[in-house]
Design a protein around this ligand. Sequence first.
Ligand code: SF4
Length: 348
Amino acid sequence: MELNKKDILSLTKPQLKESLISLGFESYRLQQVEDWLWKHGVRQFDAMSNLSKSQRALLEETFFIPTLTEDKMQQSNDGTLKFRFKLHDGYLIESVLIPVAEEDRYTLCVSSQAGCSLSCKFCATGQMGLLRHLTASEIFDQYMWVNAKCIELYGKPLTNIVYMGMGEPLLNYKNVMESVARLTSESGPHLSAKRITISTAGIAKMIRKLADDGTKVNLALSLHAADDKKRNTMMAINETNNLSTLMEALKYFYKKSGNRISYEYIAFQNFNDTTADAKNLIRMCSQFPVRVNVIEYNPVKGLDFIKSSEDRINDFAREVRKHGIMITVRRSRGKDIDAACGQLAGEG
Ligand code: SF4
């Protein structure tokens, strides 16, 4: 990257149009350049073969294209793939591909920040602090890269995207929503927003904003404890966004958007897996339709939490299900390569 060059992927379509016109490009070139960048995911000007050589050289002189480079790929025994990418300024982020071939489901978990500022106690990313926000194109490029890999390995494109990797997506709102717009655009991969889930540790104000902005994506709340006292001890964000505030924001989101809401609930032994915890959770499922995913914990080195046993998780889920609540127990994927929930730290 040269300092006097502009990041072409950071430009909106009108900004790109203005730049191309000032460089003397014919107006129809705008769509060609946009297609190369956002439909085909081309990251070298030289590969834009329907532009003349001199136009490609002009683009090269004026702009740079920040690229992700694959730094490492690991495959789990269960088929889960973890990718570590190096950003153009050297920071490392991770993305995870979770294939469920029997159901024709290929889910990508993307990162929205390098590191995270929220320091949830059970999470490896949270121990890193926030390094920086990812740009929309850095989020988009995780999709492009892993989608190509998915097609190469399984002969199928990705079917779902979850913003559940490194970072808190709602604290990088503008770039996250821009990446969603690019991913769902007809002049891009044209994914259905119904296949995209944004997962948050719980920022009430931004949940309301999502609804006000008319988003079509699904929302997942990393709940993990259904009473404030417990949640405060492991998620500091709960001190300023307590459960009743979050419930009001989620109700608002549901009423306004009608989009799907789920709770993610990592089960920790003797912490949030008792009958009393199940009762608290049941209470929190009564205000709007919600699905619950109970997730097996993957111990993180240096952190104190213990995973619940399979029996305890099943008892917990049975208790909640008795009340007509949709609850699914998710066995961890990719735990042997530190690719499971809360384990992403750019290490290994
Ligand atoms: S769980 Fe999510 S919000 Fe909490 S520290 Fe980890 S990445 Fe950040």
